[in-house]
Design a binder for this molecule. Structure first.
Ligand code: ZEM
Length: 291
């Protein structure tokens, strides 16, 4: 079932089995390299896949995960991408072992793998992205600015083609990982279980009391009871805006609904601007989790 060299070009043509091998390799590395952050590279891999995808502009068709242009200095150096070199370096040995996979496909496969290995929902995966050169780098400012509010969130995510419900579902990714003072300037995790996909983010948004953190850093919130968790101004916009909040309420109450909607919206995010070859790439791959 493994791939083979094309009869006409001699180029390796991967099969679903080959992508599962890449998945298994990333999953094994996630297990092995457990001395990073909260014990997993999973969250930063999800952030890499998101920042590769979230540059998409539906009007011009530019940006998105097809291209992996964050490899190049102008885009890699955008403030929003600070720290993602950790994720790209983590994947370097995987690219070396499976040189046939494009960086663009690899980064999205890694995000998919990380979500599933962190006990999240199944994310159907379709390969077919190509790496572009430096000229395809997107301009700075396409990713969201955490210091802003609901108008900004709608501006950024409507540009990608998302609606209010999808904005709230995507934001549930902040159950994972943390802010790093030396990357974004913000500091701390959103939840007590930052290496597991849960609906805790929504529960905490609703059930905790959030106060401005008193510190010299950028304006962020801290939870009143432990002062160890954080929310960004954009996170709090999801509860102060009525249209957003109705979805926060739903996802806080129903983790199954969140998993279903999160899987759908992440699949959409990861495929923004990707021109799949409809004749060969129609069947998404469902990766088997290793855990
Ligand atoms: Zn995030 N995100 N994000 N995000 N994000 C950070 C970290 C992570 C915003 C944002 O400014 C920040 C989405 C949406 C939005 C993840 C996934 C997704 C950080 C901290 C900031 C500041 C970076 C640092 O210091 O390391 C804003 C304003 C968003 C608008 C809604 C979406 C959508 C995501 C995926 C679907 C993840 C997993 C992290 C944790 C990274 C890590 O290294 O732990």
């Amino acid at each position: 079932l493994s791939g083979s060299a094309s009869e006409t070009t001699g180029v390796f043509v991967p099969k679903q089995e080959d992508y599962q091998k890449v998945y298994n390799e990333i999953a094994a590395l996630l297990q092995e390299k457990d001395d990073y952050d909260d014990g997993s590279y999973g969250p930063v891999l999800v952030r890499l896949a998101w920042h590769a995808s979230g540059t998409y502009d539906k009007e011009t068709g530019t940006g998105g995960s097809n291209g992996a242009t964050m490899r190049f200095a102008p885009e890699g150096d955008h403030g929003a991408n600070a720290g993602l070199v950790a994720a790209r370096d983590f994947l370097a040995p995987v690219k070396a072992k499976f040189p046939w996979i494009t960086y663009s496909d690899l980064w999205i496969l890694a995000g998919t793998c990380a979500i599933q290995e962190m006990q999240g929902p199944t994310i159907p995966y379709r390969p077919g992205r190509v790496d572009k050169d430096i000229a395809a780098c997107t301009p700075d400012g396409r990713l969201p600015d955490a210091s802003q509010g609901n108008k900004h969130l709608r501006g950024i995510f409507y540009r990608m083609g998302f609606n209010d419900q999808e904005i709230v579902a995507l934001s549930g990714a902040h159950a994972l990982g943390r802010c790093h003072a030396d990357r974004s300037g913000f500091d701390g995790p959103w939840t007590f279980s930052p290496t597991v996909v849960t609906n805790e983010y929504y529960k905490l948004l609703l059930n905790e009391k959030w106060n401005w953190k008193k510190w010299n850093g950028p304006k962020q919130y801290e939870d009143k009871s432990t002062k160890t968790l954080m929310m960004l101004p954009t996170d709090m916009a999801l509860v102060s805006d009525k249209a957003f909040k109705q979805w926060v309420d739903k996802y806080a109450k129903d983790e199954g609904l969140f998993f279903k909607d999160f899987a759908a919206v992440v699949t959409k995010l990861f495929e923004l601007g990707v021109p799949f070859d409809e004749t060969t790439q129609q069947t998404p791959i469902t990766f088997k989790p290793t855990a």
